[in-house]
Design a protein around this ligand. Structure first.
Ligand code: TYD
Ligand code: MG
Length: 456
């Protein structure tokens, strides 16, 4: 092998290539390749160090291994615990990704604050902010215990030394892109640095039993490696998302070795830190116009959690030849497809109408169960007749205009009832899933045309 050679890494997904290319063949992102020195892998990394230390652990019988069940650390935030599957598992490595400025540092500082009430070893390591800056942030959040220790450091060897000496129970690394190892020649934030740093942290977590939370910035331009390149190394991956203009934030679990994925937690960013939103449906529906045409309440599932939200549509006559269609929060192609179904199956002249669709609150959804609500919102706006404000709607719409079954109908109906809705419109084939719920009218429909009579 040529000495001192370089390789190219996609900074988005970590794909490695011998030559530069404009588009990454793995993740299809453009301009994400950056040149990094090819590190001879055997010189650093855990493998060699481990081998030189001799064999520590032989094989053991599965039955002898303590299950460690129930040993979870509560973060003091119910929403976060739910996404984690019941709290932090000791000795696990958790990645918290998200856009810069979304609130990752704030969330983790709040977690540290809560944990330090009961634990004596909580360490917050920042490579981005000075101690004063962290102090300033902390003063917005509230009172802190003496047991929370701060450190500003980016050299991973020093961090490792401190961790081995202090043996914290929980440590936060903010952020992985600022950490570096001296024996790797590429710059901090490069794919090799980020991977090697995570490797070191993984070893610390597993061998010392330290729970480590890593912050990873989602990067737009290809100069810094994104959190995706280390998703496979960690136990749990959480992404913090939210509309820049809305104050709520959604924490989504995309990988979890100790719980189910796709769970979400909802938070609101306030003056004094992040606050949990215990009832997201109520929050999403607040400010909904009652009795307006084109507005329908739908129920989507986020993991195991049902969430009610408002689907809005505005349909008006096209002034120019080609109708305009825009969709916010939902795939525009899906809207076009549903409009075509309505045109063909119900003879509605949507091809000469503009259609604008919006999921109120800035959520982004891809669940087909939203179809029926979308279709009703479009027709309601087209006819300018409102759908009853006390009705919720869910169901998938097929190309023949049929309404198809969706999963977890029972949970959706229960959520609707909890929030005081009096009528549910759902696929007829999902009706048998709904049992023993009284006080709410349940109406099954088999085709879109059966649902039309509920408009008005
Ligand atoms: P931050 O946690 O620094 O984001 P990240 O670490 O993901 O880059 O969040 C910064 C934003 O949050 C910033 O715009 C200010 C805002 N903020 C509040 O609104 N209230 C607060 O109490 C705090 C600490 C921050
Ligand atoms: Mg930060």
């Amino acid at each position: 092998m040529k000495k001192g050679g370089t390789v190219f890494f996609c900074q988005s997904c970590g794909y490695e290539s011998a030559k530069w290319s404009g588009q990454c063949p793995a993740c299809r992102q453009w301009n994400t390749f950056a040149e990094e020195p090819a590190a001879p892998r055997v010189k650093n990394g855990a493998a060699v160090r481990k081998r030189s230390g001799g064999l520590k652990n032989g094989p053991v019988s599965l039955k002898e291994v303590a299950s460690g069940d129930g040993e979870r650390l509560s973060t003091g935030m119910g929403e976060l615990d739910q996404v984690l599957g019941g709290g932090l598992v000791p000795g696990s490595l958790v990645l918290v990704g998200g856009d810069p400025g979304i609130g990752k540092s704030t969330l983790l500082l709040q977690v540290c604050r809560n944990l330090s009430v009961t634990l004596s070893g909580v360490l917050y390591i920042s490579g981005e902010e000075s101690l004063q800056q962290i102090r300033l942030r902390a003063s917005r959040i509230g009172e802190f215990q003496d047991t929370l220790k701060l450190m500003c450091e980016t050299n991973l060897a020093d961090i490792e030394e401190v961790m081995l000496r202090e043996k914290p129970v929980v440590a936060v690394i903010d952020s992985i892109q600022t950490m570096y190892q001296e024996d790797i020649s590429s710059a901090p934030g490069s794919v090799s640095q980020v991977r090697e740093a995570t490797g070191v942290l993984l070893r610390l977590a597993k061998e010392q039993g330290i729970t480590i939370l890593i912050v990873g910035h989602v990067t737009k331009e290809g100069t810094v490696a994104g959190p995706r390149v280390l998703e496979h190394m960690v136990d749990t991956v959480l992404y913090f998302e939210g509309d820049r203009h809305a104050s709520y934030r959604i924490l989504r679990g995309v990988k979890n070795r100790f719980g189910s994925t796709n769970e979400i937690g909802v938070f609101e960013m306030q003056e004094d830190g992040l606050k949990e939103v215990a009832n997201p449906s109520e929050y999403m529906l607040s400010g909904r116009p009652e009795g307006a045409s084109g507005s329908v309440v739908a129920c989507t599932m986020e993991g195991t959690r049902p969430m009610l939200l408002e689907v809005q549509a505005l349909v008006c006559r096209t002034n120019f030849g080609l109708p305009r269609r825009t969709a916010a929060g939902i795939d525009c192609n899906r809207v076009n497809l549903l409009l075509a179904v309505l045109e063909k199956r119900l003879n509605l002249p949507f091809s000469s109408y503009d259609a604008y669709v919006n999921i109120a609150g800035g959520l982004r959804l891809s669940e087909p169960a939203m179809d029926l609500a979308l279709v009703l919102a479009l027709i309601s706006s087209y006819r300018d007749v409102p759908v009853s404000g006390r009705t919720i709607v869910f169901g998938e719409v097929g190309l023949s205009g049929e309404v198809r079954a969706v999963s977890m109908a029972q949970q959706r109906v229960q959520e609707a009832k909890k929030l005081g809705f009096t009528r549910v419109l759902l696929p007829r084939s999902s009706m048998e899933q709904v049992k023993n719920i009284s006080g709410i009218e349940i109406l099954g429909v088999a085709a879109v045309k059966d649902a039309l009579r509920f408009i008005g």
